[in-house]
Design a protein around this ligand. Structure first.
Ligand SMILES: [Fe+2]
Length: 274
């Protein structure tokens, strides 16, 4: 992370939606935005990777401009701004990295120069103060945009270390595609809100985002599970020439790439997570 950290004081905000990883999946992002209305969210935050394997970058950015109040850059935005040809995902498997770069090509091919300039204004992380609580919004981990934080690997001491370093009561990240919540005994927390652009490899095509409720003494956290018209969208991407390795997970809810880079427990849970 280059270190740019923006601060927002948000008096009057009770319920906040946090989303990441749209990857150009317009109907899924629209469905999640619609869902926030049923959740009475006062504010929507987007924590990176608006663009990705679906292409449609300029369209998804229009949706982000029109709906989100707070923005954080993901590795895809940072790489686009930096003029890189790779996605910067940080996969441990060379094949996953190759496919990640192919997805990034789809993203760049549908992204205007004007929008690249706008993406350069997105900070690396945002610190919010809301309902007497301080929360860090980041993409991968509080310290690194392309770091993967998995449920099976994260430890309480690591979470406590991040909370102390940034002097916050909790942090929210995305980037892995696999949502989880970790609440410490004193109510402080870490949340991976999942991604809105692809399913979480559990055999259900639904996508995910997080809702934070600030009205009580503790921040209440909900991971929302949202269905959208995934079959129509998968058919459209297919017609546009997007490789099946990216399209089939939208239909089946099961990943066709990225699995080799997962920790053993997340790899074994594929298809059986509830
Ligand atoms: Fe990412």
């Amino acid at each position: 992370m280059s270190g740019e950290l923006k601060f927002h004081q948000l008096p009057g905000v009770n319920r906040m939606a946090v989303m990441g990883g749209a990857y150009g999946n317009l109907p899924a992002l629209d469905a999640c935005i619609m869902d926030t209305r049923s959740q009475n969210c006062d504010m929507l935050c987007f924590i990176g990777d608006a663009i990705g394997f679906c292409g449609h970058s300029d369209e998804v950015i229009d949706t982000v401009i029109n709906n989100f109040d707070i923005l954080v850059a993901g590795n895809h935005e940072q790489q686009a701004v930096g003029g890189e040809e790779t996605c910067g995902c940080g996969y441990s498997s060379p094949e996953d990295e190759r496919l990640g770069c192919l997805a990034f090509e789809y993203a760049l091919g549908s992204l205007s120069e004007d929008n690249i300039r706008w993406l350069s204004t997105w900070p690396d992380a945002v610190l919010i103060e809301c309902g007497g609580k301080r929360v860090l919004l980041c993409h991968g981990s509080p310290e690194q945009t392309n770091e993967f934080l998995y449920e099976s690997e994260i430890e309480e001491s690591q979470i406590a270390g991040y909370l102390k370093k940034f002097d916050v009561d909790g942090f929210v990240c995305t980037h892995t595609g696999l949502p989880w919540v970790y609440t410490l005994e004193d109510g402080r927390f870490a949340l991976n809100c999942g991604v809105v652009g692809k399913p979480d490899n559990d055999g259900d095509p639904a996508v995910h985002y997080g809702v934070l409720e600030f009205s009580g003494s503790k921040v209440e956290i909900d991971v929302r599970r949202v269905h959208y018209d995934h079959l129509t969208w998968a058919g459209r991407l297919e017609e546009e020439g997007v490789e099946d390795v990216f399209v089939s997970p939208l239909r089946t809810g099961l990943w066709a790439c990225g699995v080799a880079s997962l920790p053993a427990r997340e790899r074994e849970m594929g298809g059986s997570r509830t």
